[in-house]
Design a protein. Structure first.
Length: 397
Protein backbone atom coordinates (compact mmCIF):
# COMPACT_ATOMS: atom_id res chain seq x y z
CA UNK A 1 0.00 0.00 0.00
CA UNK A 2 1.46 3.27 -1.13
CA UNK A 3 2.00 5.73 1.66
CA UNK A 4 0.40 9.16 1.19
CA UNK A 5 2.69 12.21 1.36
CA UNK A 6 2.50 13.98 4.66
CA UNK A 7 0.76 17.36 4.65
CA UNK A 8 3.10 20.31 5.14
CA UNK A 9 3.35 21.54 8.67
CA UNK A 10 1.24 24.58 9.50
CA UNK A 11 4.14 26.76 10.67
CA UNK A 12 5.97 26.15 7.38
CA UNK A 13 2.83 26.93 5.39
CA UNK A 14 2.21 30.15 7.31
CA UNK A 15 5.85 31.11 6.91
CA UNK A 16 5.59 30.62 3.13
CA UNK A 17 2.44 32.77 3.03
CA UNK A 18 4.18 35.45 5.10
CA UNK A 19 7.22 35.43 2.83
CA UNK A 20 5.09 35.56 -0.31
CA UNK A 21 3.07 38.58 0.85
CA UNK A 22 5.31 40.57 3.21
CA UNK A 23 8.88 39.63 2.31
CA UNK A 24 8.92 41.90 -0.79
CA UNK A 25 7.60 44.77 1.35
CA UNK A 26 9.33 44.77 4.76
CA UNK A 27 12.97 44.16 5.62
CA UNK A 28 13.31 41.23 8.09
CA UNK A 29 15.48 43.21 10.52
CA UNK A 30 15.09 46.86 9.48
CA UNK A 31 17.13 48.28 12.35
CA UNK A 32 20.04 45.87 12.05
CA UNK A 33 21.64 48.66 10.02
CA UNK A 34 20.72 51.96 11.65
CA UNK A 35 19.99 55.01 9.48
CA UNK A 36 22.64 57.70 9.14
CA UNK A 37 23.17 59.12 12.64
CA UNK A 38 23.90 62.63 11.38
CA UNK A 39 20.58 62.74 9.54
CA UNK A 40 18.74 61.47 12.62
CA UNK A 41 20.49 64.08 14.77
CA UNK A 42 19.50 66.86 12.36
CA UNK A 43 15.87 65.69 12.36
CA UNK A 44 15.82 65.47 16.17
CA UNK A 45 17.18 69.01 16.31
CA UNK A 46 14.45 70.35 14.00
CA UNK A 47 11.67 68.57 15.89
CA UNK A 48 13.06 69.91 19.19
CA UNK A 49 13.10 73.44 17.78
CA UNK A 50 9.50 72.94 16.69
CA UNK A 51 8.43 71.85 20.17
CA UNK A 52 10.22 74.81 21.77
CA UNK A 53 8.53 77.13 19.29
CA UNK A 54 5.08 75.65 20.01
CA UNK A 55 5.71 76.05 23.73
CA UNK A 56 6.39 79.75 23.13
CA UNK A 57 3.71 80.41 20.51
CA UNK A 58 0.85 78.29 21.83
CA UNK A 59 -0.54 80.85 24.36
CA UNK A 60 -0.78 83.53 21.68
CA UNK A 61 -2.23 81.14 19.10
CA UNK A 62 -5.00 79.89 21.44
CA UNK A 63 -6.37 83.38 21.98
CA UNK A 64 -9.70 82.44 23.64
CA UNK A 65 -10.07 82.83 27.38
CA UNK A 66 -10.41 79.64 29.39
CA UNK A 67 -8.65 77.44 26.83
CA UNK A 68 -5.50 75.56 27.75
CA UNK A 69 -2.71 77.96 26.74
CA UNK A 70 -0.38 75.09 25.83
CA UNK A 71 -2.84 73.00 23.81
CA UNK A 72 -0.84 73.41 20.59
CA UNK A 73 2.32 72.26 22.34
CA UNK A 74 0.59 69.14 23.68
CA UNK A 75 -0.86 68.35 20.26
CA UNK A 76 2.48 68.88 18.54
CA UNK A 77 4.14 66.52 21.01
CA UNK A 78 1.48 63.90 20.22
CA UNK A 79 1.99 64.49 16.50
CA UNK A 80 5.73 64.03 17.00
CA UNK A 81 5.13 60.62 18.58
CA UNK A 82 2.88 59.58 15.69
CA UNK A 83 5.46 60.90 13.22
CA UNK A 84 8.20 58.83 14.87
CA UNK A 85 6.09 55.68 14.49
CA UNK A 86 5.21 56.50 10.86
CA UNK A 87 8.85 57.19 10.03
CA UNK A 88 9.97 53.90 11.60
CA UNK A 89 7.40 51.94 9.57
CA UNK A 90 8.47 53.69 6.36
CA UNK A 91 12.12 53.01 7.14
CA UNK A 92 11.39 49.29 7.54
CA UNK A 93 10.29 48.99 3.90
CA UNK A 94 12.15 47.44 1.02
CA UNK A 95 12.40 49.45 -2.23
CA UNK A 96 9.40 47.51 -3.52
CA UNK A 97 7.58 48.32 -0.28
CA UNK A 98 8.43 52.00 -0.75
CA UNK A 99 6.92 51.90 -4.23
CA UNK A 100 3.78 50.18 -2.98
CA UNK A 101 3.38 52.69 -0.16
CA UNK A 102 3.92 55.53 -2.65
CA UNK A 103 1.23 54.05 -4.90
CA UNK A 104 -1.25 53.82 -2.00
CA UNK A 105 -0.43 57.31 -0.71
CA UNK A 106 -0.62 59.00 -4.08
CA UNK A 107 -3.86 57.50 -5.35
CA UNK A 108 -5.56 57.45 -1.93
CA UNK A 109 -4.74 61.08 -1.22
CA UNK A 110 -5.44 62.05 -4.84
CA UNK A 111 -9.02 60.81 -4.46
CA UNK A 112 -9.39 62.68 -1.18
CA UNK A 113 -8.00 65.81 -2.81
CA UNK A 114 -10.57 65.49 -5.58
CA UNK A 115 -13.29 65.52 -2.93
CA UNK A 116 -11.94 68.60 -1.19
CA UNK A 117 -13.94 70.95 -3.41
CA UNK A 118 -17.10 69.28 -2.10
CA UNK A 119 -16.32 68.30 1.50
CA UNK A 120 -13.18 70.28 2.25
CA UNK A 121 -12.87 72.95 4.90
CA UNK A 122 -12.04 76.34 3.36
CA UNK A 123 -9.40 78.31 5.21
CA UNK A 124 -7.60 81.43 3.95
CA UNK A 125 -9.39 81.23 0.61
CA UNK A 126 -8.63 77.58 -0.21
CA UNK A 127 -10.21 74.20 0.55
CA UNK A 128 -7.30 71.99 1.58
CA UNK A 129 -8.49 70.21 4.74
CA UNK A 130 -10.90 67.42 5.55
CA UNK A 131 -12.20 67.51 9.11
CA UNK A 132 -12.70 64.33 11.12
CA UNK A 133 -14.15 65.71 14.33
CA UNK A 134 -11.40 67.48 16.26
CA UNK A 135 -8.73 66.26 13.80
CA UNK A 136 -8.19 67.66 10.31
CA UNK A 137 -6.32 66.01 7.45
CA UNK A 138 -4.47 67.80 4.66
CA UNK A 139 -4.19 65.10 1.96
CA UNK A 140 -1.52 66.86 -0.11
CA UNK A 141 1.04 66.42 2.68
CA UNK A 142 0.82 62.64 2.22
CA UNK A 143 0.37 62.75 -1.54
CA UNK A 144 3.68 64.61 -2.10
CA UNK A 145 6.10 61.77 -1.18
CA UNK A 146 3.98 59.31 -3.16
CA UNK A 147 4.11 61.61 -6.19
CA UNK A 148 7.89 62.00 -5.99
CA UNK A 149 8.58 58.26 -5.62
CA UNK A 150 6.27 57.28 -8.47
CA UNK A 151 7.77 59.91 -10.77
CA UNK A 152 11.25 58.67 -9.82
CA UNK A 153 10.18 55.11 -10.62
CA UNK A 154 8.85 56.15 -14.03
CA UNK A 155 11.98 58.13 -14.88
CA UNK A 156 14.26 55.33 -13.66
CA UNK A 157 12.37 52.85 -15.86
CA UNK A 158 12.79 55.28 -18.74
CA UNK A 159 16.55 55.34 -18.22
CA UNK A 160 16.62 51.50 -18.09
CA UNK A 161 15.29 51.10 -21.62
CA UNK A 162 17.57 50.21 -24.52
CA UNK A 163 18.49 52.32 -27.52
CA UNK A 164 16.58 50.31 -30.13
CA UNK A 165 13.18 51.22 -31.61
CA UNK A 166 11.31 49.42 -28.83
CA UNK A 167 13.51 51.07 -26.21
CA UNK A 168 12.82 54.51 -27.68
CA UNK A 169 9.09 53.81 -27.68
CA UNK A 170 9.21 52.72 -24.04
CA UNK A 171 11.21 55.82 -23.14
CA UNK A 172 8.53 58.03 -24.68
CA UNK A 173 5.83 56.03 -22.86
CA UNK A 174 7.46 56.42 -19.43
CA UNK A 175 8.05 60.12 -20.09
CA UNK A 176 4.39 60.50 -20.98
CA UNK A 177 3.34 58.66 -17.80
CA UNK A 178 5.45 60.96 -15.61
CA UNK A 179 4.25 64.12 -17.34
CA UNK A 180 0.63 62.96 -17.12
CA UNK A 181 1.04 62.47 -13.36
CA UNK A 182 2.34 66.02 -13.04
CA UNK A 183 -0.42 67.50 -15.19
CA UNK A 184 -3.29 65.74 -13.38
CA UNK A 185 -1.84 66.47 -9.93
CA UNK A 186 -1.32 70.14 -10.79
CA UNK A 187 -4.87 70.42 -12.16
CA UNK A 188 -6.39 69.00 -8.98
CA UNK A 189 -4.29 71.24 -6.73
CA UNK A 190 -5.00 74.37 -8.76
CA UNK A 191 -8.73 73.68 -8.43
CA UNK A 192 -8.52 74.18 -4.63
CA UNK A 193 -6.61 76.54 -5.34
CA UNK A 194 -3.21 75.54 -3.95
CA UNK A 195 -0.62 77.31 -6.07
CA UNK A 196 2.17 76.85 -3.55
CA UNK A 197 2.07 73.04 -3.55
CA UNK A 198 1.66 73.07 -7.34
CA UNK A 199 4.81 75.17 -7.69
CA UNK A 200 6.64 72.91 -5.21
CA UNK A 201 5.80 69.62 -6.95
CA UNK A 202 6.49 71.06 -10.40
CA UNK A 203 9.89 72.29 -9.25
CA UNK A 204 10.85 68.91 -7.76
CA UNK A 205 9.56 67.12 -10.85
CA UNK A 206 11.89 69.09 -13.11
CA UNK A 207 14.77 68.59 -10.67
CA UNK A 208 14.27 64.86 -11.22
CA UNK A 209 14.24 65.44 -14.96
CA UNK A 210 17.50 67.36 -14.67
CA UNK A 211 19.38 64.71 -12.68
CA UNK A 212 18.26 61.96 -15.07
CA UNK A 213 20.07 63.79 -17.87
CA UNK A 214 17.02 64.95 -19.79
CA UNK A 215 17.40 67.47 -22.60
CA UNK A 216 17.50 71.19 -21.83
CA UNK A 217 14.34 71.41 -23.92
CA UNK A 218 12.51 69.75 -21.04
CA UNK A 219 13.93 72.32 -18.64
CA UNK A 220 12.73 75.10 -20.95
CA UNK A 221 9.31 73.42 -20.99
CA UNK A 222 9.33 73.40 -17.18
CA UNK A 223 10.12 77.10 -16.99
CA UNK A 224 7.37 77.80 -19.52
CA UNK A 225 4.95 75.71 -17.46
CA UNK A 226 5.78 77.59 -14.24
CA UNK A 227 5.39 80.92 -16.04
CA UNK A 228 2.06 79.83 -17.47
CA UNK A 229 0.95 78.77 -14.01
CA UNK A 230 1.78 82.17 -12.55
CA UNK A 231 -0.11 83.91 -15.35
CA UNK A 232 -3.09 81.59 -14.80
CA UNK A 233 -2.97 82.37 -11.07
CA UNK A 234 -3.00 86.06 -11.88
CA UNK A 235 -5.85 86.08 -14.38
CA UNK A 236 -8.13 83.28 -13.17
CA UNK A 237 -7.67 83.16 -9.40
CA UNK A 238 -8.62 86.13 -7.25
CA UNK A 239 -6.78 84.60 -4.31
CA UNK A 240 -3.60 84.11 -6.36
CA UNK A 241 -3.87 87.52 -8.03
CA UNK A 242 -4.05 89.35 -4.70
CA UNK A 243 -0.97 87.56 -3.39
CA UNK A 244 1.02 88.14 -6.56
CA UNK A 245 0.09 91.84 -6.65
CA UNK A 246 1.04 92.19 -2.99
CA UNK A 247 4.44 90.66 -3.71
CA UNK A 248 5.26 92.47 -6.97
CA UNK A 249 3.86 95.86 -5.97
CA UNK A 250 7.20 96.72 -4.27
CA UNK A 251 5.21 98.54 -1.62
CA UNK A 252 4.49 97.47 1.93
CA UNK A 253 4.36 93.66 2.25
CA UNK A 254 1.16 91.89 3.30
CA UNK A 255 0.25 92.30 6.96
CA UNK A 256 1.51 88.93 8.20
CA UNK A 257 4.76 89.17 6.22
CA UNK A 258 5.40 92.68 7.55
CA UNK A 259 4.83 91.47 11.12
CA UNK A 260 7.29 88.64 10.47
CA UNK A 261 9.93 91.08 9.20
CA UNK A 262 9.33 93.29 12.23
CA UNK A 263 9.80 90.31 14.54
CA UNK A 264 13.10 89.39 12.90
CA UNK A 265 14.24 93.01 13.12
CA UNK A 266 13.43 93.11 16.85
CA UNK A 267 15.41 89.93 17.35
CA UNK A 268 18.51 91.45 15.80
CA UNK A 269 21.80 89.74 16.54
CA UNK A 270 21.14 88.26 19.97
CA UNK A 271 17.34 88.03 20.22
CA UNK A 272 14.87 89.21 22.83
CA UNK A 273 15.24 86.04 24.90
CA UNK A 274 13.09 82.91 25.26
CA UNK A 275 9.42 83.81 25.72
CA UNK A 276 10.05 87.55 25.34
CA UNK A 277 9.13 87.99 21.68
CA UNK A 278 5.96 89.74 20.50
CA UNK A 279 5.74 88.12 17.07
CA UNK A 280 3.99 85.00 18.34
CA UNK A 281 0.96 87.12 19.26
CA UNK A 282 1.05 89.69 16.42
CA UNK A 283 1.62 87.37 13.43
CA UNK A 284 -1.48 85.44 12.27
CA UNK A 285 -0.76 81.67 12.21
CA UNK A 286 2.74 82.34 13.58
CA UNK A 287 3.00 78.82 14.99
CA UNK A 288 2.31 77.26 11.56
CA UNK A 289 3.33 79.59 8.74
CA UNK A 290 6.03 81.84 10.24
CA UNK A 291 8.03 79.80 12.77
CA UNK A 292 11.32 81.28 11.55
CA UNK A 293 10.18 84.78 12.54
CA UNK A 294 9.12 83.67 16.04
CA UNK A 295 12.33 81.72 16.65
CA UNK A 296 14.52 84.41 15.11
CA UNK A 297 12.98 87.13 17.26
CA UNK A 298 13.60 85.29 20.52
CA UNK A 299 16.96 83.67 19.67
CA UNK A 300 18.34 86.27 17.29
CA UNK A 301 20.45 85.77 14.20
CA UNK A 302 22.24 82.65 15.58
CA UNK A 303 18.89 80.92 16.13
CA UNK A 304 17.58 81.69 12.64
CA UNK A 305 20.93 80.80 11.07
CA UNK A 306 20.94 77.47 12.95
CA UNK A 307 17.61 76.51 11.36
CA UNK A 308 18.93 77.33 7.89
CA UNK A 309 22.17 75.44 8.54
CA UNK A 310 20.37 72.31 9.80
CA UNK A 311 18.10 72.21 6.75
CA UNK A 312 21.04 72.74 4.39
CA UNK A 313 23.03 69.98 6.08
CA UNK A 314 20.07 67.58 6.17
CA UNK A 315 19.28 67.97 2.47
CA UNK A 316 22.89 67.91 1.25
CA UNK A 317 23.71 64.90 3.43
CA UNK A 318 20.62 63.07 2.24
CA UNK A 319 21.34 63.78 -1.42
CA UNK A 320 24.94 62.64 -0.96
CA UNK A 321 23.82 59.33 0.52
CA UNK A 322 21.19 58.94 -2.20
CA UNK A 323 23.88 59.44 -4.86
CA UNK A 324 25.83 56.52 -3.34
CA UNK A 325 22.88 54.12 -3.69
CA UNK A 326 23.51 51.07 -5.85
CA UNK A 327 20.43 51.26 -8.07
CA UNK A 328 19.01 54.00 -10.23
CA UNK A 329 15.52 54.05 -8.70
CA UNK A 330 16.77 54.41 -5.12
CA UNK A 331 19.25 57.06 -6.19
CA UNK A 332 16.62 59.11 -8.02
CA UNK A 333 13.83 58.69 -5.46
CA UNK A 334 16.14 59.50 -2.53
CA UNK A 335 17.31 62.65 -4.28
CA UNK A 336 13.72 63.66 -5.05
CA UNK A 337 12.49 63.13 -1.49
CA UNK A 338 15.25 65.25 0.01
CA UNK A 339 14.78 67.84 -2.77
CA UNK A 340 11.10 67.98 -1.77
CA UNK A 341 12.09 68.61 1.85
CA UNK A 342 14.62 71.28 0.95
CA UNK A 343 12.39 73.07 -1.58
CA UNK A 344 9.51 73.28 0.89
CA UNK A 345 11.79 74.68 3.60
CA UNK A 346 13.22 77.20 1.13
CA UNK A 347 9.75 78.43 0.13
CA UNK A 348 8.60 78.85 3.75
CA UNK A 349 11.78 80.73 4.71
CA UNK A 350 11.57 82.89 1.57
CA UNK A 351 8.01 83.91 2.46
CA UNK A 352 9.12 84.89 5.99
CA UNK A 353 11.85 87.10 4.45
CA UNK A 354 9.47 88.61 1.83
CA UNK A 355 11.46 86.92 -0.93
CA UNK A 356 8.45 84.98 -2.27
CA UNK A 357 4.66 85.47 -2.36
CA UNK A 358 2.82 84.22 0.73
CA UNK A 359 1.74 80.59 0.20
CA UNK A 360 0.72 79.18 3.59
CA UNK A 361 3.32 76.39 3.33
CA UNK A 362 4.69 74.80 6.49
CA UNK A 363 8.32 74.59 7.58
CA UNK A 364 9.10 70.83 7.72
CA UNK A 365 9.47 69.29 11.22
CA UNK A 366 9.00 72.72 12.86
CA UNK A 367 5.60 74.16 11.92
CA UNK A 368 2.50 73.12 13.83
CA UNK A 369 0.37 70.46 12.18
CA UNK A 370 -0.05 66.71 12.28
CA UNK A 371 -0.40 66.24 8.52
CA UNK A 372 2.79 68.18 7.86
CA UNK A 373 4.84 66.49 10.59
CA UNK A 374 3.70 62.93 9.88
CA UNK A 375 3.90 63.41 6.11
CA UNK A 376 7.45 64.75 6.41
CA UNK A 377 8.44 61.82 8.66
CA UNK A 378 7.12 59.38 6.05
CA UNK A 379 9.08 61.28 3.38
CA UNK A 380 12.37 60.94 5.25
CA UNK A 381 11.59 57.37 6.35
CA UNK A 382 11.06 56.32 2.73
CA UNK A 383 14.32 58.03 1.72
CA UNK A 384 16.26 56.28 4.49
CA UNK A 385 14.74 52.93 3.49
CA UNK A 386 16.04 53.42 -0.04
CA UNK A 387 19.53 54.23 1.27
CA UNK A 388 19.85 50.95 3.18
CA UNK A 389 22.76 48.89 1.76
CA UNK A 390 21.58 45.91 -0.28
CA UNK A 391 22.77 43.56 -2.99
CA UNK A 392 20.08 44.45 -5.51
CA UNK A 393 16.59 45.78 -6.02
CA UNK A 394 13.65 44.01 -7.57
CA UNK A 395 12.06 45.72 -10.55
CA UNK A 396 8.34 46.45 -10.60
CA UNK A 397 5.77 47.72 -8.18
Amino acid sequence: MRQMAAAPAKPARFRAMWDAFWAPVFVPRPFAILPDRLILTAIAGLVSIGLVLQLAASPGAVGSAGADPFIYFYRQAAFAGAALLAGMVAHALTPRGVRRLALALFFGMFILTLGLNIAGTARSGAARWIDFGPVSLQPVEFMKPGFVVLCAFGLSERARQGSGPRGQSMKRLWTLVACTMLATTAAVLIAQPDWGQTFLLTSVFFMLFFVTGMSWRWMAAGIAMLTTGMLAAFFFSTHGRVRLLDFFSFGEPPYQVQRALDALARGGMFGTGPGQGRGKTSIPEAHADFPLAVFGEEFGFPGAAAILAIFAFLCLRGMKLAAESNDNFSRLAGFGLFALLGAQATINIAVSLDAAPAKGMTLPFISYGGSSLIGTAITVGMALALMRPRNGTAIGL
